[in-house]
Design a protein around this ligand. Structure first.
Ligand SMILES: C[S@@+](CC[C@H](N)C(=O)[O-])C[C@H]1O[C@@H](n2cnc3c(N)ncnc32)[C@H](O)[C@@H]1O
Length: 216
């Protein structure tokens, strides 16, 4: 549970949400012990809804981890759609591939193993939707490249933009997160808000999700 949405509301939202996927439920259950920083099912439902609403055919994700958010995203794709997902950690990338196979989605997902800082220069756009959930200190350095990879009308969705409220000075009496990450996210939020090619709204769901549309 996060610190932004009260636990009772998070539980209520979780009670309404149906992933419809045993693999997603299984990954979430396993991660309750393991504690990897995965999105939760409510953010997953938001991603799937957004990708479905814009008829996304090509999606790019930064930060695969073990494939949880990737399954939510790829579940919105038609059989000829594709998700390209970037992960620096080889073991996580391997596990993600296994999870994509278990979910029956491996045919439309390419896991690219490497540093997103280098890999984003190699992937070819345009993308309908980009999900940014990688290293927080790369959010700002990668922003302009990601915007250039989006089609007009496409969506850039960024997770963790409220960072448990720590981007708000004084919100927590004793901040616990890495202050370089906190500074990086606060800077990114300013850049998103001022970006001439984007219109951004932030949803204070879980850890904060920014949804930006590229101007046509
Ligand atoms: C927050 S986790 C992603 C969670 C995943 N999106 C989900 O919700 O299922 C961030 C991931 O980004 C990866 N990562 C960190 N730095 C990276 C980099 N420079 N390039 C690619 N991946 C990176 C980490 O190894 C980690 O698995």
């Amino acid at each position: 549970m996060g610190v932004i949405v009260p636990d009772a509301i998070e539980r209520y939202l979780a009670g309404l949400n149906r992933s419809g996927s045993e693999v997603l439920d299984d990954i979430a259950r396993g991660n309750a012990q393991r504690g990897l920083p995965l999105i939760d099912a409510e953010v997953g439902a938001l991603l799937r809804m957004l990708a479905t609403a814009i008829d996304a055919l090509r999606i790019l994700e930064i930060g695969t981890a073990i494939g949880y958010s990737g399954i939510w995203l790829a579940g919105a794709l038609p059989p000829d759609g594709s998700l390209f997902t970037l992960e620096i950690d080889q073991d996580r990338a391997r596990e993600a591939k296994q999870n994509f196979t278990r979910a029956g989605l491996a045919d439309r997902i390419s896991v690219i193993v490497g540093d997103a800082k280098l890999m984003v220069a190699k992937v070819a756009g345009p993308f309908d939707l980009i999900f940014q959930d990688g290293a927080k200190q790369l959010y700002t350095p990668l922003l302009d490249r990601l915007v250039s990879l989006l089609r007009p009308g496409g969506l850039l969705v960024t997770d963790n933009v409220l960072w448990d409220g720590e981007v708000v000075p004084g919100f927590l009496p004793k901040p616990v997160r890495d202050e370089n990450d906190t500074r990086a996210i606060a800077e990114y939020n300013q850049r998103l808000a001022a970006h001439p090619d984007l219109i951004t709204a932030t949803v204070p769901l879980r850890d904060g999700v920014a949804i930006s549309v590229k101007r046509r």
